[in-house]
Ligand binder design. Structure first.
Ligand SMILES: [Mg+2]
Length: 395
């Protein structure tokens, strides 16, 4: 499996598709969302039926009318599109917390950490397509790749209802990109395209083979370097959300203030499980665990402890949560309990340490494998399908 799996998901003719879904009598008709044809203004989106007449987004509505006078012109209903957009993003977030929306109908998803739960990239893409269709009745197109640049290019290649998988190997990636026109590349604006065109560089394959010095002379050192990297599909950017996820936490407020330590502990363990699941899905390890306690009079305390080695397994999180809780005297009824982790990182330790694993590290690795197995069972059969004993016994 590749180091990373990134999806780019783009809804098909989104605004038009929502209108057709809400008004089935429009099915099969050329539908144009945007300015009415008798006003100045442009097409925002149009259905695939309208595209057959040469209509496309950003075209003046008047021109669109000339191309297809029997098209149905509708004003955009942004409120409705945003409603559906929220449902779509919610589906995405069910699969990974690492979602970077680009607009209301398009997003990048880093599903690297979700692979152990939902299968490889293509399997996750199929599941998301099915879930979006079930929830909204709409189709989307997905690109599956090892980075954002490739995923974005791929999602656009087989629209509508497409699924395009970019090969993982360097050779496969170069061959995938070679036949595509240069304008597919980020940063290749009209001016640059014209310069490249003048030198007979029309495809990404042409960019792969042109002498670097020549390219630099035409477009400048830095653009040339960036084009060469992209031409071979090299792109190591992280999703904008990936580095922002600094902590994960959950809390609950009791219906009635709780005096019973056993009830509070049960709630705390449940929270620890939920946080652990989110942590593993996001592909992170935590270095700090924290509990939060709010008393009847609304005064609030937090207590935290370092996790060494950094971990993502339920057993350690539960142990730590209980340990922190049991140190506190229950001097008054509990209104709210919370559990969270922070100091998130992508690995449990420095790779060279793996050769000489400490007993703590071995335990932690075994516990992680166990937690992930539980996640898989729960993903298949539901959260209640497997319950842990409160004695934390892992054997
Ligand atoms: Mg779209």
């Amino acid at each position: 499996m590749p180091a990373k799996t990134i999806l780019h998901i783009d809804m098909d003719a989104f605004f038009a598709a929502v209108e057709v879904h809400d008004h089935p009598e429009l099915m099969g008709l050329p539908v144009v969302i945007g300015s009415p044809p008798d006003k100045r203004g442009v097409v925002s989106t149009c259905s695939y039926e309208a595209r057959k007449f040469g209509i496309h987004s950003a075209m003046p509505s008047r021109t669109a009318f000339k191309l297809c006078s029997h098209a149905v012109f509708l004003p955009p209903n942004m409120k409705r599109y945003h409603e559906i957009s929220e449902q779509i993003m919610e589906v995405f977030r069910h699969f990974t917390p690492l979602v970077e929306p680009l607009s209301c109908d398009e997003a990048f998803l880093d599903v690297t950490g979700a692979r152990y739960l939902f299968g490889d990239g293509p399997a996750i893409a199929r599941k998301i397509k099915a879930a979006v269709l079930e929830k909204t009745g709409l189709t989307c197109s997905v690109g599956v790749a090892s980075n954002m640049f490739l995923a974005k290019i791929a999602s656009d290649l087989n629209k509508p209802d497409g699924l395009t998988i970019v090969p993982d190997s360097e050779k496969g990636i170069a061959a995938f990109l070679a036949p595509l026109p240069v304008k597919r590349m980020w940063g290749a604006g009209r001016k640059t395209q014209a310069i490249l065109e003048a030198h007979h560089i029309r495809t990404i394959g042409d960019l792969q083979t042109v002498a670097p010095a020549k390219l630099a002379a035409w477009v400048g050192e830095s653009a040339a370097a960036s084009f060469r990297r992209l031409a071979f599909g090299i792109d190591d950017r992280e999703l904008a959300t990936a580095s922002e996820e600094k902590s994960i936490s959950n809390e609950i407020t009791f219906d009635e203030d709780q005096r019973d330590a056993k009830v509070v502990e049960a709630a705390l363990l449940d929270l620890a499980d939920k946080v652990g699941m989110r942590l593993r899905r996001a592909g992170f390890y935590a270095t700090t665990a924290q509990i939060k306690l709010r008393w009847k009079d609304f005064s609030t305390i937090t207590r935290q402890r370092r996790l060494d080695p950094p971990c993502c397994d339920d057993i350690t999180l539960r142990e730590t949560a209980l340990e922190l809780f049991r140190k506190e005297a229950l001097h008054s009824p509990v209104r709210l309990i919370g559990f969270g982790v922070s100091g998130l990182r992508l690995t449990a330790d420095a790779p060279q340490l793996d050769l000489f694993q400490s007993p703590e590290k071995k335990t932690s690795t075994r516990r992680e494998a166990l937690s992930r197995a539980v996640d898989r069972i729960r993903a298949k059969f539901g959260r209640k399908s497997i319950q842990r004993g409160s004695n934390l016994n892992e054997n």
